[in-house]
Design a binder for this molecule. Structure first.
Ligand code: ZN
Length: 405
C-alpha cells in the first residue's frame, strides 16, 4: 500500500514537472535547459530528464544554439507546435465549422457543413463527416476534439444540457465521440470559449483575470479567474443576457420582459434602427434601399454620418451594457473587460457609451482602475477558444506560470 502511494506521488510530481516545463518552453518560444532550471527552480538533472521525455513524445524539439554566456553554446528548445493540434468543432447559426488548430492557434485547415435541413437525430453523422474530412491526409497529431455550443453545456460530464437552436436536450456528446474516435473530447459554451481565446491567444491579462462579453444575436460573458475559466456552480456563469435591465421593456425569447438582450443585442438594435427608416430626417434612406436591408454595416455608416437617431439607439444599448459591466466590476473588480462579438464592430461610439454608463453606475475608484476595450470578434475566436480549452486540459498550457494550480 505504502509503495503504491509513493509510486502515485512520484508519478504526480513527474506530471507536474512535465507540465510546468512544457509551459515555460511554450511561453518563452525558445529557451535553454539551464534557463528552464533557473525559471522553475527545478534541478538541472530533473529538467534534462523531463526534456528528454518531452522530446521523445514529439511535443518539443531542439532548435539550434543560443547565445553563449561563456563556455559551451546552449542548445535551445521549442514547442513542436505545428506537429500537434486540436480538432475544433463550432456550432454556429447556420453551419457547423470544423478546423485543425495547431498549438500556437494557427488554423491549418477549415471546413463548414451547412445545417440546412438539419435534424437532431443526424447530428453525429454531421460531426463524423467533418471529423473524418479534417483528418484525411493530415499528419497533425490530434491531442483532442473540442466542441463549442451556444446554450447550457456541462463541461464536466461532457453533456449539452440544452441547446434550443439545435434541438438538443441532455445530449452526451463526449461519450458518443470518445467511443467512436478514442480521443479525449471536451465541450463548453461559446461565450466561455471566446474568453479563453482572448486570454490565451489575444492580449491576455496581467492579473490572470479577465471578463469577455460577447454581444451578437445573444449576449453572454466568459470569466477567467486566476488563469482558469470560472464555469459557475451550474455552468451558467456569464449568462448576463437575460438579466432584466429595462423596466416595462419588450418581451424576450426567454419569457421575461426587459432582458439585456431585448435592448442591446444585435437583433434588438437592428429592429430599433429599422423603425427610423421612415423618418425623413434620417440618413438611412441614403444608405439602404429598404428598412429590411439595414444591418450592422449600415448602422456603422449611419453613425459615421452622424445620424442622430442611430447615435441615440447605439448610446442607449451602450448605456444598458454599461449597467451590466458595472455589476461585473462591483462584484469582481477585474481590471480588464473586453466587449467582443458582432456588435463590437461599432467601435468608439458604443465603447464611449458603455464607459460613461459604467462611470455612472459603479464606485469611482473601481471604475478608475477598470479598462473596458472593444475588440471586434475575429471570425476564429471560438475555434481558438476550443483549441485553448483542449490545450489547457491535455497539456496544462493555459495557466500563467506565475499562478500555478
Ligand atoms: Zn430573456
Amino acid at each position: 500500500m505504502k509503495s503504491l502511494l509513493a509510486k502515485a506521488t512520484r508519478q504526480h510530481t513527474r506530471n507536474h514537472n512535465s507540465r510546468l516545463i512544457l509551459r515555460v518552453i511554450y511561453e518563452d518560444e525558445t529557451i535553454s535547459r539551464a534557463d528552464i532550471a533557473r525559471k522553475t527552480g527545478l534541478t538541472r538533472t530533473t529538467v534534462s530528464a523531463v526534456v528528454s521525455e518531452l522530446i521523445e513524445q514529439g511535443l518539443i524539439e531542439e532548435t539550434g544554439a543560443g547565445q553563449s554566456t561563456g563556455g559551451r553554446l546552449p542548445i535551445l528548445l521549442r514547442v513542436a507546435h505545428e506537429a500537434h493540434g486540436v480538432l475544433a468543432l463550432s456550432f454556429e447559426d447556420t453551419q457547423i465549422v470544423g478546423a485543425l488548430v495547431d498549438m500556437r492557434g494557427s488554423i491549418q485547415r477549415r471546413i463548414g457543413v451547412s445545417l440546412y435541413g438539419y435534424r437532431p437525430e443526424e447530428l453525429i453523422g454531421y460531426l463524423s463527416r467533418l471529423i473524418e474530412e479534417l483528418r484525411t491526409d493530415s499528419t497533425m497529431h490530434i491531442l483532442g476534439i473540442g466542441l463549442s455550443m451556444p446554450g447550457i453545456v456541462d463541461p464536466v460530464r461532457g453533456v449539452v444540457r440544452r441547446a434550443v437552436n439545435f434541438g438538443l436536450v441532455d445530449a452526451p456528446l463526449r461519450q458518443v465521440l470518445q467511443e467512436r474516435y478514442h480521443l479525449p473530447v471536451y465541450l463548453d459554451n461559446e461565450a466561455h470559449l471566446a474568453a479563453l481565446a482572448e486570454y490565451m491567444f489575444g492580449s491576455g491579462s496581467n492579473s490572470g483575470n479577465l471578463v469577455v462579453i460577447s454581444v451578437g444575436v445573444g449576449i453572454g460573458a466568459g470569466v477567467v479567474l486566476n488563469g482558469a475559466l470560472f464555469p459557475g456552480d451550474g455552468f451558467g456563469a456569464g449568462e448576463i443576457g437575460h438579466v432584466v435591465v429595462a423596466n416595462n421593456g419588450a418581451r424576450c425569447n426567454c419569457g421575461n420582459v426587459g432582458c439585456l438582450e431585448t435592448v442591446a443585442s444585435v437583433p434588438a438594435i437592428v429592429r430599433a434602427v429599422q423603425k427610423q427608416y421612415s423618418d425623413p430626417a434620417s440618413h438611412l434612406r441614403a444608405l439602404a434601399p429598404s428598412a429590411a436591408a439595414i444591418d450592422l454595416d449600415v448602422i456603422r455608416q449611419a453613425l459615421e454620418a452622424g445620424d442622430p437617431g442611430v447615435i441615440e439607439i447605439v448610446e442607449k444599448a451602450g448605456y444598458y451594457l454599461g449597467i451590466a459591466v458595472a455589476n461585473i466590476v462591483g462584484l469582481l473588480n477585474i481590471e480588464r473587460i473586453v466587449l467582443t462579438g458582432a456588435l463590437a464592430t461599432l467601435g468608439p461610439p458604443l465603447l464611449e457609451a458603455v464607459r460613461a454608463s459604467l462611470a455612472r453606475h459603479a464606485l469611482a475608484p473601481l471604475v478608475a482602475m477598470t479598462r473596458v476595450e472593444c475588440i471586434p470578434a475575429r471570425g476564429d475566436a471560438v475555434l481558438l477558444g476550443i483549441a485553448a480549452m483542449v490545450l489547457d486540459q491535455e497539456l496544462g498550457l493555459l495557466h500563467p506560470s506565475g499562478a500555478l494550480p
